[in-house]
Design a protein around this ligand. Structure first.
Ligand SMILES: NC(=O)c1ccc[n+]([C@@H]2O[C@H](COP(=O)([O-])OP(=O)(O)OC[C@H]3O[C@@H](n4cnc5c(N)ncnc54)[C@H](OP(=O)(O)O)[C@@H]3O)[C@@H](O)[C@H]2O)c1
Length: 280
């Protein structure tokens, strides 16, 4: 099968390029095709003639999106529309990577795939609109919602915490946002499986279990053998331009229908730490 990945230079994209063997895979970054420009997208799709397109490209800086919602919409919404249209024209299947931030965080139980979208920041709005429009253009598309990504191919929370801990005796981390950390290497393998299984519709793909950022930081530093102390703080004290959902845990039921179970997030951290190495 021929696969075309938009966003292959990003954190998840690089993991996809690493794990996706046994198929003919072409990976593109923004220098190869700006997804905001329909002609550039169309030209790449016509050149590669993919059976599957994976859209992992996005403007992922949540606070940046809040400060520049036009850019968020251009990349995240219009970019997805351009790719869905090109996929429809060339009869390619599409897997679109989306986010837990399409939800408002008011739930107290894991979000199911059919829960109404109600984003509370510009990034979430741009991705929620992208999901809706993608599924209008290509009803059989697969929308993979994931959350709290970490991996060795990009800037991520564990890396930030390890760098802070190396420089400070104690750090404060918010303890009032709960979600599911997800290791990019494992998610990438699931994406491959879903494409091979002709997946359709909205699927929630995160590592199992949930935690707050504070709990996540504590586990990272414990496993890394750091003596830096982690103190809980609140979102009110740690003000940022964009609001974050307080609870964005995604139910694994939709993934279970494909016979796929992802490991608990705690089990993936040793793999991440080993791959990252001490000097990263
Ligand atoms: N990171 C998370 O915690 C998280 C959580 C939930 C969902 N997601 C979703 O997961 C996907 C992957 O996230 P990630 O963290 O791997 O992203 P990332 O590391 O920020 O990478 C973003 C990718 O998008 C590409 N890109 C940005 N603007 C583009 C444009 N105008 N045209 C073409 N390509 C463009 C970048 O290309 P260049 O580098 O070549 O410019 C890069 O390959 C995204 O769809 C994101 O919304 C991420």
């Amino acid at each position: 099968m021929r696969v075309l990945i938009f966003g292959a230079t990003g954190m998840l994209g690089k993991a996809l390029m690493r794990v996706w063997t046994d198929d003919e895979v072409t990976g593109l970054g923004s220098a190869d095709a700006d997804i905001r420009v329909p002609e550039q997208v169309q030209a790449q799709v016509e050149r590669v003639k993919p059976d599957w397109i994976v859209l992992s490209a996005a403007y992922t800086d949540v606070d940046g999106c809040e400060l520049n919602p036009q850019l968020a919409n251009a990349v995240n919404t219009q970019g997805a529309v351009n790719i869905a249209r090109a996929a429809a024209r060339s009869s390619a299947k599409l897997l679109f990577v989306s986010t837990d931030y399409v939800f408002d965080g008011k739930n107290t139980q894991p979000y199911e795939t059919d829960h109404p979208r109600n984003p509370i920041n510009a990034y979430g709005e741009s991705k929620a609109a992208a999901e809706k429009k993608t599924l209008e253009i290509l009803p059989e598309a697969c929308v993979v919602r994931t959350s709290w990504l970490f991996g060795t191919d990009g800037k991520c929370f564990p890396d930030t915490i390890l760098k802070l801990a190396a420089a400070r005796p104690q750090i404060e981390v918010v303890n009032d946002q709960r979600g599911c950390p997800t290791y990019t290497d494992e998610l990438a393998e699931v994406v491959v499986q879903l494409c091979r299984g002709n997946a359709q519709g909205i699927i929630h793909c995160t590592n199992a279990g949930d935690c707050t950022w504070y709990e996540f930081a504590r586990e990272i530093l414990t496993l890394a053998g750091s003596s830096t102390k982690v103190l809980p703080t609140t979102s009110e004290k740690f003000v940022r331009p964009a609001n974050r959902p307080r609870y964005s845990v995604l139910s694994s039921a939709s993934l279970g229908k494909y016979g796929i179970a992802m490991r608990a997030w705690q089990q993936t951290l040793p793999d991440y730490l080993l791959q990252r190495g001490p000097a990263a």
